[in-house]
Write a protein that binds this ligand. Structure first.
Ligand code: F6P
Length: 329
């Protein structure tokens, strides 16, 4: 009988609970034991954990957040505290650990794997979708749908009042959410951290929309596309908008969607993805495989060594970017 730990770490993502459930049910069905580690790597350092059986994960599949809580734990970068975490794993007789989370989590998991003899397996989960080794990550679809619903609502009021809206979505370093919802929400323009900002181009897009008689104009701005976010960007182009005879920041509106995108019930896609990846990860942990991140490739669970997954720079799809401009017509 094996002892498998499970933790969620970093920014929570809708579908993490479905993934915890997948690990617990799969490991329990194999006659082994699961221990839930609280608050990510903190729980390993400070030994905060409790056993999880199949009934403990009842009724969590549909819930956002993480029943195990999560944390961004910079202390895990300290080798002395990692040794403390490893002492916990050894004292509590763990055979394997499943770490559910994004880039920071998987970097922590890789470090742990290089220093501990047990099996460390990752599950790709971040709303940002910026993790290598996977086409998409748990939570991304839900975050996009939440943002999209908000954009649709904003379009109603923007149309009624003939207004320019800047809508800021999450993504400090990655524009995947912004790009997806810009296409899905019919945005007039989208700004991403991955693409150099050209404010003259943006003003021209807004001007030409106005000239073509478009009633509303929605610009989707990823959090990291401008140092001051959507608000800073609008202030920067205010003068230029007015110089083109357009109403500037006095009449334009900024909506920052913020953490609303991280919560809520996971979509069916995220529940299925979480179930698929977590069970594949649990099976790998039970087989004592080492240092693998489970993601999805072509609708199938796919394992990539941590080093390879973390070295992969996930690129935005430039054809989608072109679509936004083309369809703004
Ligand atoms: O989890 C990813 C993310 O939501 C990013 O999109 C965002 O930039 C960041 O986390 C916000 O982090 P925090 O909740 O710590 O402010």
């Amino acid at each position: 009988m094996a002892r498998v730990g499970v933790l969620t770490s970093g920014g929570d993502a809708p579908g993490m609970n479905a993934a915890i459930r997948g690990v617990v049910r799969c490991v329990s069905a194999a006659g082994s034991e699961v221990i839930g580690i609280r608050r990510g790597f903190c729980g390993l350092i400070d030994c905060i954990m409790n056993p999880l059986g199949p009934r403990d994960v009842a009724n969590i599949l549909q819930r956002g957040g993480s029943i195990l809580d999560t944390s961004r734990e910079p202390r895990f970068l300290d080798p002395a505290l990692r040794r403390q975490a490893i002492r916990t794993l050894e004292r509590e007789r763990f055979d394997a650990l499943v770490a559910i989370g994004g880039n920071g989590t998987q970097q922590g998991a890789r470090l742990l794997q290089s220093e501990w003899s047990g099996s460390v397996i990752g599950v790709a989960s971040t709303i940002d979708n910026d993790l290598g080794g996977t086409d998409t990550s748990i939570g991304f679809d839900t975050a996009c749908n939440t943002a999209l619903e908000a954009i649709d609502r904003i379009r109603d009021t923007a149309n009624s009042l003939d207004r320019l809206f800047f809508i800021e979505v999450m993504g400090r370093k990655a524009g995947f959410i912004a790009l997806e919802v810009a296409v899905g929400g019919g945005a007039e323009a989208v700004l991403l951290p991955e693409v150099e900002l050209d404010t003259d181009w943006l003003v021209e897009v807004i001007r030409s929309n106005h000239e073509r008689g478009k009633i509303s104009c929605i610009v989707v701005v990823a959090e990291g596309a401008h140092p001051g976010g959507a608000r800073g960007l609008l202030l920067e182009i205010d003068e230029s908008l007015q110089a083109h005879g357009l109403l500037g920041s006095a009449d334009a509106r900024v909506t920052i969607l913020g953490h609303i995108q991280r919560g809520g019930n996971p979509t069916v896609r995220d529940r299925v993805l979480a179930s698929r990846l977590s069970t594949a990860a649990a099976r790998a942990a039970l087989s004592n495989e080492r240092g693998l991140l489970f993601g999805v490739r072509g609708n199938k669970a796919h394992a990539t060594p941590f080093d390879e997954a973390l070295a992969e720079k996930k690129e935005i799809d430039h054809t989608l970017l072109e679509l936004v401009n083309e369809l703004a017509g």
